[in-house]
Every structure is written in C-alpha cells, then in structure tokens.
Write a protein that binds this ligand. Structure first.
Ligand code: FES
Ligand code: FES
Length: 183
C-alpha cells in the first residue's frame, strides 16, 4: 500500500517512508509560513508530498493528486498553485504559505472565522484549499486598492476548488463577509 493512501485515511498514524523512497534526496531551502526551512526532499516528490509527509503539515489536502480538485492549494510567492503538480525542488528560495500559516498565534484568520460563521464547511476536506485561493483573491484586491467585491469574482477565484458538500453558496458568502470584515 502506498504511504499516501494510508495517510489520507482519517485517524490512521503517519507511517515512515520506505527506505528505498528516501534514498535520492536533495536539500531544499525555502520560506514556509514566514520561517526559513531546510528539508531533504526526494528529488521526484511534489511540494504537496514534502508538506504532508516530511514537514507533517497535513492541513493541505491530497485529493485527486492531478490538478483537478484544488484541495492541495497553497500560495507560492502569494499566488495560488496546486501543490500536487509542482515539484518540491521548484520552490527553492521562494515563499510558500499553507493554511497553517493563515491564522496568527492561534487566532483564526478572518476567512476562517467567516467560514465558521457561514457554515461554509461540511466535511471540510476542500476548506484549506478554498481558504488559500480566497486569501490570494483578497490580498490581491487589497494590493490593487479595490474597495468592492462581487460574487462573480469570488466564484472565478475559487473556480479551481471543488466542493462535494456545500453547494458553494455559503462559501462565496463567507469570502464576501471576510472581505467586508477586513476592509
Ligand atoms: S490534490 Fe492537487 S488538485 Fe487535487
Ligand atoms: S465541505 Fe466537503 S468537500 Fe467541501
């Protein structure tokens, strides 16, 4: 059984990688959630694999593992990317933000609070990716000096993030609420 299959089963412990899988490694240096990190990464691993299986940041989810669902969305230099599609070695010297880096000192981020208020998560599997795409949208708008937001632009920003539970209405509403709460 592949370790990734085991790890994504709720409640199961994280097993170590088999020795053969960690034999070919390269040192990778990047900034993760504002802190410099150095990690020995297998050369063929994706950023998602390094985040989850080496750095144990399991907030970023592994869904389709092929760029379809957006569950693995993180920010790379402020832009949302599918971490399952990016070789980890490509983030050398760059800045990565995961959902673990959204809140500060245990205080939830405005988006996390608005998702909670709106009931915008059911199983929650899509939520970290949704939050990161939404964060990129809101930060981009602030950087441009935008003063308004509309549902269409939120839907566009989240179009790469699939949710099988909520029907999206509450998610879109939560993002708009977070914008209003912080603008
Ligand atoms: S896990 Fe990366 S897009 Fe689905
Ligand atoms: S809340 Fe379940 S997939 Fe979105």
């Amino acid at each position: 059984m592949d370790n990734r299959d085991v790890e994504t089963t709720p409640g199961r412990p994280l097993p170590p990688r088999a020795p053969a899988e960690v034999a070919q490694t390269s040192l990778l240096r990047f900034v993760l959630n504002g802190e410099p990190v150095i990690v020995a990464s297998p050369a063929h691993w994706s950023l998602l694999e390094v985040l989850r299986y080496q750095l144990r940041l399991t907030g970023t989810k592994q869904g389709c593992d092929k760029g379809d669902c957006g569950a693995c969305t993180v920010l790379l230099d402020g832009r949302p990317i599918n971490s399952c599609l990016l070789l980890a070695l490509e983030v050398e010297g760059r800045a990565v933000q995961t959902v673990e880096g959204l809140g500060v000192g245990g205080t939830p981020h405005a988006l996390q609070r608005s998702f909670d208020r709106a009931g915008a998560a059911q199983c929650g599997f899509c939520t970290p990716g949704m939050l990161m795409s939404a964060e990129a949208l809101l930060e981009g708008k602030r950087a441009r000096g935008d003063t308004t937001i509309d549902t269409a632009e939120i839907a566009e920003a989240l179009s790469g993030n699939l949710c099988r539970c909520t029907g999206y209405t509450k998610i879109l509403s939560a993002v708009a609420d977070a914008w209003r709460a912080t603008s």
